[in-house]
Ligand binder design. Structure first.
Ligand code: PMP
Length: 389
């Protein structure tokens, strides 16, 4: 029996075999250093080259303009919930310091699932600690409250975005792909261009082309589309990076300016994770970059959703216009779930259970998942349905 495992996990997630093999080949002797990347000093020349190559390949893949900084940070995407808040409030306070204006600063959160909700909660929790202008956390929309479930993106016309002509708005935040609920934005939300737009792309990072210019900040953890856990990438417009002496008191390690001035090496960065991200970026470039990967992702997702939509047993609960191409959430009768997951495991299809907060099933089909492996899942869905007419 084959030992190949079909890993549908949401993260940490599948990494292409060729990337793992290359890491294996280089494990004991990286670039003739006689050492593993894990053992190299972060201040050494070979690691410096890894970092620079990773940055320049990310710049190439995403077409990142010169007025953006790329930061490698730790603490997962969750840490960015706080970092984004502190740093962008600081940028707004700096702007307002010239005016001595003490009226509230608003941060707008578009809540379309678990992760944007958590980010808004964190902003709310931290808001009271900020001195000076009071902070108002505005949930522009919470689609669960508006529609009963996180299964859609409600029309923008129904959102209550704050008017920057009447209020100080530090940023508008949204999560581009909600990993738990399988809801993905199909276009960039239309916000006033004077307000920095922030997005969490943890689970659809580099899965399709993105217009960086539309954003003040883009961030994501690596462990879904970009390699192993341990590093988060932050792409932030330089004018939003302000000196630590301005704005809310914040830990050094959350301060974009400190990280930027030190080339993401104020302290020891997660060197091996950054190296793995570098290999993933090279893999993406070898496979035609974002336009090509987007085509493949679209094809894979369509196959799976088509199978679910044509089934009488399985169903995809998310509205068609908001379906994620990365995390395909689906349902089947509760009494058949245990048998379904058991049968999947027997066929070496693993991590198909939905997030523990929502149940059901979820197939994460990130960049590294080839179409043939989606076909294997589709065949199993069809067979399981035949066996349960
Ligand atoms: N945002 C999104 C969209 C996520 O999917 C996750 C993790 N599943 C997080 C944030 C939190 O990431 P971390 O566990 O790296 O803190």
């Amino acid at each position: 029996m084959s030992t190949h495992t079909y890993n549908f996990g949401a993260g940490p997630a599948k990494i292409p075999q060729s990337v793992l093999k290359r890491a294996q080949e280089e494990l004991l002797n990286y670039d003739n250093t006689g050492m593993s990347v894990m053992e190299l000093s972060h201040r050494s020349k070979p690691f410096g080259e890894i970092l620079n190559r990773t940055k320049s390949n990310l710049t190439k893949l995403m077409n990142i303009p010169d007025n953006y900084e790329i930061l490698f940070m730790q603490g997962g995407a969750t840490t960015q919930f706080a970092a984004v808040f502190y740093n962008l409030i600081a940028a707004k306070q700096k702007e307002l310091s010239k005016t001595k204006d003490n009226s509230p600063i608003v941060v707008d959160y578009i809540v379309t699932g678990a992760w944007s909700s958590k980010a808004a909660d964190e902003a709310q929790r931290l808001a009271e600690s900020v001195k000076g202008n009071p902070i108002v956390v505005n949930r522009v929309v919470d689609t669960k409250k508006a529609a009963g479930a996180y299964d859609r993106i409600t029309p923008e016309s129904t959102w209550s975005l704050t008017d920057p002509a009447k209020n100080h708005v530090a940023y508008v935040y949204y999560c581009d792909n909600e990993t738990v609920h399988g809801v993905e934005f199909q276009s960039v939300p239309k916000v006033n261009p004077s307000v920095p737009l922030v997005t969490d792309v943890s689970s659809n990072f580099l899965s399709r082309p993105i217009d960086v210019n539309k954003y003040g900040l883009i961030y994501g953890g690596a462990q879904k589309n970009l390699g192993p856990a341990g590093v988060s990438l932050v792409i932030v417009r330089k004018d939003l990076i302000v000196d630590l002496s301005v704005g809310p008191l914040r830990p050094l390690m959350l301060d974009f300016d400190t990280l930027a001035k030190n080339e993401s090496m104020y302290n020891t960065p997660p060197t091996f994770a950054i190296y793995m991200v570098g290999l993933m970026l090279e893999w993406l470039l070898e496979h035609g970059g974002l336009t090509e990967i987007a085509k493949k992702n679209e094809k894979k997702a369509n196959k799976l959703y088509d199978a679910l939509d044509s089934s009488k047993l399985f169903s995809a609960p998310v509205q068609k216009e908001a379906r994620s191409k990365m995390n395909v959430v689906f349902k089947l009768p509760k009494e058949l779930e245990a048998e379904f997951f058991k049968g999947a495991e027997e066929r070496r299809m693993v991590q198909l259970k939905g997030h523990r907060s929502v149940g059901g099933a979820r197939a994460s089909i990130y960049n590294a998942m080839p179409e043939e492996e989606v076909d294997v899942l589709v065949a199993y869905l069809e067979q399981f349905e035949k066996e349960h007419p």
